[in-house]
Design a protein around this ligand. Structure first.
Ligand code: FAD
Length: 297
């Protein structure tokens, strides 16, 4: 195994945006598709569980020893943009703000919303991340994947992928996202695109605790309701367990005020769920994915 990209007993806390995490038995950061594929094959051969993380911006990792291999895609940054045709190929680790800004600079329209989401292309497709009814699914052409079990590489067309609110079929299969082909409308107005992208980021930072350690919205919005409103109505804004606190700026955000443990955060999630269920009869489903907990992802 290439020692430059591989480590043992690796602390993951700086690899999540909420800044908590356990210790991975094996950890690797491939820089390209070949390294990525060979790591997955290695895990298979050694019968090690293989888990993928992107920018860790939607992840709660328990502060325990995580057996097996954790692969972080953040160093897979290849981004090819064809300004005239509107075709884009992005490796799994390309950050959405980078994608969004690069699209605007190349006069490609349709990615301005993505600037405020601090995740990778792979994580965004897996989560079907977005704002309102906008997500990468709208511009997706195909996704290159590798099967975590058979390590076969294939390309899947968008029509064969199921996308729903914060759900993609990748959440229920063994496919790992390597890269994506996307199409964005070419020849947009450069100044307008750059301005809209800037404004979208400004709006995010003004309405969310964007610069504090968090994992974005904790819960999915229930049908015809808003998780933030339900939490607000219960007077839970600012409620704390240890170092984990419900943001006073946005009630569907939990922030780590520097000393939170993963247990504090998990307990706070559970307390919110219990209170909303008891008082409103609504079960709040976490949007956040969990590693090292018994919670069914
Ligand atoms: C300040 C802030 C604001 C946010 N705003 C939004 C928002 O407006 N809208 C929104 O939808 N989300 C938002 N989020 C949540 C988060 O950024 C998105 O869900 C993002 O798409 C997650 O990407 P990631 O790379 O960080 O994935 P991670 O958190 O690293 O992983 C999330 C899941 O994706 C899987 N995964 C990651 N990469 C791959 C891959 N290559 N192949 C297969 N599986 C993979 C992981 O196994 C995990 O289950 C926000 C988060 C923060 C911190």
């Amino acid at each position: 195994m290439n020692k430059n990209i591989f480590a043992e007993n690796f602390n993951l806390s700086s690899y999540t945006t909420i800044k908590v995490g356990g210790v991975a038995e094996y950890f690797a950061e491939p820089r390209n598709t070949d390294e990525f594929a060979s790591l997955i094959k290695w895990a298979n051969l050694k019968k090690q569980r293989c888990q993928i993380i992107g920018a860790g911006s939607n992840l709660l990792i328990n502060n325990i020893f995580i057996k097996g291999l954790v692969i972080c895609t953040k160093k897979m940054k290849t981004l090819i943009i064809e300004p005239h045709t509107g075709m884009v190929e992005a490796a799994a680790g390309v950050m959405l703000p980078t994608l969004s800004n690069s699209l605007a600079k190349n006069r490609l329209q349709g990615g301005e919303w993505a600037v405020g989401i601090p995740g990778t292309v792979g994580g965004a497709i897996y989560m079907n991340a977005g704002t309102g009814n906008l997500s990468l699914a709208k511009n997706l052409v195909s996704v290159k994947v590798i099967n975590n079990k058979t390590h076969k590489e294939i390309e899947i067309e968008k029509k064969d992928i199921d996308f729903e609110y914060r759900f993609s079929s990748f959440q229920s299969n063994d496919l790992v996202i390597i890269s994506a082909k996307l199409y964005f409308e070419p020849n947009g107005n450069l100044e307008k695109l750059i301005q809209t992208t800037k404004n979208n980021l400004k709006l995010k930072t003004e309405t969310q605790p964007y610069h504090l350690p968090s994992f974005g919205s904790v819960f999915k919005n229930p049908e015809n309701n808003y998780a933030a409103k339900l939490i607000d109505d219960m007077g839970l804004k600012g409620f704390k367990i240890g170092g984990a606190e419900i943001s006073t700026m946005h009630s569907n955000f939990i922030i780590n005020n520097s000393s939170a443990s993963s247990k504090d955060i998990y307990e706070l999630i559970t307390v919110i769920q219990e209170k909303i269920l008891q008082n409103k009869g609504i079960y709040l489903q976490p949007e956040v994915r969990m590693i090292g907990f018994d919670y069914p992802n």
